[in-house]
Design a protein around this ligand. Structure first.
Ligand SMILES: [Zn+2]
Length: 279
């Protein structure tokens, strides 16, 4: 039996693979702690031999270094479970997982994944290798300095791009301006100028992130995913229409834009962790 988990700032999703089929589960990641969630699964299904986790945070060698959008109980999660149970556990950053799954889907060796959900994240595969950085934190696009605000990011800073181009950022702006909480499309189509302004700030920040990443990485494919993109594919049309003049023109030559076709790229990537292709 194998257990696969995708945990972000909003959902904790799991898939238990058994000889008789798959059991899927989805709970709130704000109300459920990851360690207790896995322990309960192991109590019910003691024959789990592999756990693959896609995690919306900074991961290095089986340890959670930080998690701006998730409450954290036990950072050394790999050691915690492998020392207590007869199983193997692999965990990686959610965008790394998503990029692995997208590269697998597109059969591409040069791909940039940019996902917008609760947070915003990116990962880059070049010549078939995932570019990780020394502590597996490369391409943390959400936390690059963008504009100074009176809001605070989950990472502690007040100027992160994620404060503009993410679902959590949109929510922070609506709360700050004492507005009712609306969806992105409700903001975008509102008659109210201030509400439309939040959506426009979001799109401009995402365009900046997209242009910056394309200029830095020069991929063959850029693929957009995550809940906000899934529900608002028009955002990618906006990016395509406005990318010229933003990204370095040479990097745009031959570049293909896609919206993810995967139901859950991060979860698909969690399933690839067992093979260690992108070690
Ligand atoms: Zn931040």
């Amino acid at each position: 039996m194998k257990l696969f988990i995708d945990i972000g700032g909003t959902h904790l999703r799991s898939e238990l693979q058994m000889p008789s089929g798959v059991i899927s589960d989805s709970v709130s990641s704000q109300e459920h702690d990851l360690i207790s969630f896995i322990e309960k699964k192991l109590e019910l299904y003691p024959f789990i031999t592999f756990i693959g986790i896609s995690y919306a945070g900074q991961i290095y060698k089986g340890e959670i270094l930080s998690a701006p959008n998730i409450a954290l109980k036990e950072p050394k999660i790999k050691e915690y479970f492998e020392s207590r149970y007869d199983l193997r556990l692999e965990i990686d950053n959610d965008l790394n997982c998503a990029a692995m799954a997208e590269a697998d889907y597109f059969k591409s060796d040069s791909l940039l994944a940019l996902y917008v959900g609760t947070g915003i994240g990116s990962a880059f595969i070049d010549e078939g290798r995932l570019i990780r950085g020394s502590k597996n934190m490369a391409f943390e696009i959400g936390h690059i300095p963008y504009k100074q605000t009176s809001l605070r990011c989950g990472c502690g800073k007040t100027n992160c791009l994620e404060l503009y181009a993410s679902a959590s950022g949109l929510q922070k702006w609506m709360e700050h301006l004492k507005m009712p909480i609306l969806s992105f499309s409700e903001l975008e189509n509102s008659k109210n100028k201030q509400k439309r302004g939040i959506a426009l700030d979001f799109k401009e920040a995402l365009l900046f992130a997209t242009a910056t990443l394309i200029t830095l990485t020069n991929p063959k494919i850029i693929v957009f995913g995550g809940g906000v993109i899934e529900h608002n594919p028009q955002i990618v049309e906006y990016l395509k229409e406005n990318i010229e003049g933003q990204a370095f023109s040479g990097s745009l030559c031959g570049l293909n834009f896609y919206i993810s076709s995967l139901e859950n790229g991060a979860m698909s990537g969690a399933k690839l962790l067992e093979e260690n292709i992108y070690e």
